[in-house]
Design a protein around this ligand. Structure first.
Ligand SMILES: O=P(O)(O)O[C@@H]1[C@@H](OP(=O)(O)O)[C@H](OP(=O)(O)O)[C@H](O)[C@H](OP(=O)(O)O)[C@H]1OP(=O)(O)O
Ligand SMILES: Nc1ncnc2c1ncn2[C@@H]1O[C@H](COP(=O)(O)OP(=O)(O)OP(=O)(O)O)[C@@H](O)[C@H]1O
Length: 489
């Protein structure tokens, strides 16, 4: 990328989240990721260009020196920090503004510092593999895949219902989403194909911000701003049919929707379970999370049909890698918060220690060592508290990341790009699996996380309670007493 020759017309709006806005290059397989600020912070120029540079560099370093070694080299693309001409950034910001979803306009793109991240466009595949059909990319934000087992947990319900499912109730009552998603991360991370199919089916039914599908780099499904509008699965099936046409016939000129989506679900499941090695058949050593139960009580449908379906995940697959890092949060926020207060008390006395303890980085090998070598028992020390907080923050990043599965139909025999080969029988796909959005979560967000956790649980208990009161007097909360029939697709 020649920074001096940057032209905003070469770039277009690609997507955004809470913290950053992403633009993609029209010809090259590259994206630029800009940080966003609250409108007020932006107006008052709260951040200097040096601070913005440091912020971006911290994100790159965290990806490179911490998350990449933990998650695997094949999966993580940390990108690089780039300084762009301010005129280019201003014009680009004006260009993308009309494309931005209304719900995200409470924040503005950083147009003052000129700093951004440059990354490979993970919705694309290198040209020589694009073949006759454009690549498909399925992006999943899986969220937390386990139930806590920490002795610090004070609310029993947290040991039975997963955070995502409980959080859905709060998101509905706060108006963030209109319809509750039935997706449960515990199903996706179960390693049981039956439960994974169900998880993907639920994502397709209600995508929220957990599923997006791109064709040739363009968003074709998911994350529409209009929360009232249900995603059109027929339209999705039309888009996808050419990829599965050998196995899905047309019925009265239209693709059989269920069959197309079933094919997609199968391919995505295989990609999620693959180790990324060529010829991999997913039947490898398996990873079982320690101690934690693997069923969420909110998902009573599954209890009868799948209670034995606890296969664990192939050890090197992307889900297993993410789950292992998420499990670094073994104390739960309820165990972390007192340690945060210990560190705060210490810093009040020794403020100069903040940088030695690496609370705001640098995210280098020594930070990773602190994460890896943290003692397992609390000896009352500040080192223990900081080590556990570092582990928690790393786990939080893994709980908020997204998985990109990029696929192209492939008919040749050569192993050109040995990242992933799935579905050995027709239709064949070749592609790659990556993990994105691995930014460090700030140390300062711990009190917020603590409050949010309390809010999620109390709101869930209230909401379940009122549902019980509204429902028939015979409806029982205890899942063991309920019998619901599950019909497999
Ligand atoms: O707290 P959660 O689980 O709601 O996660 C937040 C996400 O909400 P979600 O529930 O996935 O819709 C939230 O995503 P959305 O803005 O809802 O798309 C962000 O990813 C947020 O991270 P950050 O503050 O931008 O670093 C996420 O915050 P962190 O908790 O990861 O810091
Ligand atoms: N390297 C990439 N290649 C292709 N698309 C990308 C890439 N990085 C990000 N995106 C797209 O841009 C969107 C927003 O990026 P990202 O998730 O990093 O934003 P964020 O603000 O950090 O999100 P969050 O709300 O989770 O904090 C992603 O969901 C994805 O669709």
């Amino acid at each position: 990328m020649e920074v001096e020759k940057m032209d905003e017309n070469d770039w277009k709006y690609h997507g955004e989240g809470n913290k950053s806005i992403v633009v993609s290059h029209a010809q090259h397989s590259q994206v630029l990721r800009f940080l966003k600020h609250n409108v007020e912070d932006h107006k008052h120029r709260c951040q200097t260009s040096e601070q913005a540079q440091q912020h971006i560099q911290n994100i790159v370093d965290f990806g490179k020196h911490v998350m990449r070694p933990l998650l695997g080299e094949n999966y993580v693309h940390h990108g690089e920090a780039v300084k762009l001409p301010l005129d280019f950034v201003r014009l680009l910001s004006l260009k993308v503004e009309p494309e931005r979803p209304e719900s995200r306009t409470d924040k503005v793109m950083d147009t003052l510092s000129g700093w951004a991240m440059c990354l490979p466009n993970l919705t694309q595949l290198p040209d020589h593999l694009s073949e006759h059909r454009p690549p498909l990319c399925i992006e999943i934000k899986p969220k937390c895949g386990f139930l806590p087992w920490s002795r610090h947990v004070t609310k029993d319900v947290k040991l039975k219902a997963c955070r995502f499912c409980m959080h859905q109730h709060l998101k509905i009552s706060s108006g963030k989403w209109k319809r509750r998603s039935q997706y449960c991360p515990l199903d996706l991370f179960s390693g049981s194909k039956q439960r994974m199919f169900l998880a993907i089916k639920h994502l397709l039914e209600e995508a929220q911000n957990n599923l997006k599908i791109f064709k040739n780099g363009e968003l074709i499904f998911g994350c529409k701003d209009d929360v009232d509008q249900k995603q059109d699965l027929n339209e999705l099936a039309q888009h996808l049919w050419p990829y599965f046409s050998p196995t899905v016939p047309l019925i009265q000129g239209r693709p059989h929707r269920k069959a197309v989506l079933h094919n997609l679900t199968q391919v995505v499941t295989m990609a999620l379970l693959s180790s990324g090695e060529p010829g991999d058949t997913t039947e490898h050593r398996r990873f079982h999370p320690p101690k934690s139960r693997d069923h969420c009580r909110t998902n009573m449908l599954l209890q009868d049909c799948c209670h034995k379906a606890n296969r664990g995940l192939p050890k090197d697959c992307v889900l297993s890698k993410i789950l292992q890092v998420q499990l670094l949060d073994d104390l739960d926020i309820e165990g972390i918060y007192p340690l945060y207060k210990r560190v705060e008390r210490y810093l009040a006395e020794y403020p100069e220690e903040r940088s030695r303890l690496q609370l705001d980085g640098p995210y280098n090998e020594s930070f990773l060592e602190r994460v890896r070598r943290c003692p397992s028992d609390d000896d009352g020390s500040i080192e223990y508290a900081v080590g556990k907080i570092h582990q928690y923050r790393v786990a939080m990043a893994a709980k908020d990341c997204s998985i990109m599965i990029t696929l192209a139909p492939y008919e040749g025999d050569d192993i050109l790009w040995p990242t992933l080969e799935i579905q050995p029988s027709k239709p064949r796909f070749r592609g790659a699996v990556s993990i994105l959005d691995l930014d460090p979560k700030p140390y300062e967000s711990i009190p917020h996380q603590y409050k949010l956790d309390l809010q999620i649980v109390s709101n869930y208990l209230r909401s379940v309670q009122s549902n019980v009161e509204l429902a028939s007097p015979n409806l029982c909360l205890n899942s063991e007493d309920c019998t619901l029939l599950f019909h497999s697709a």
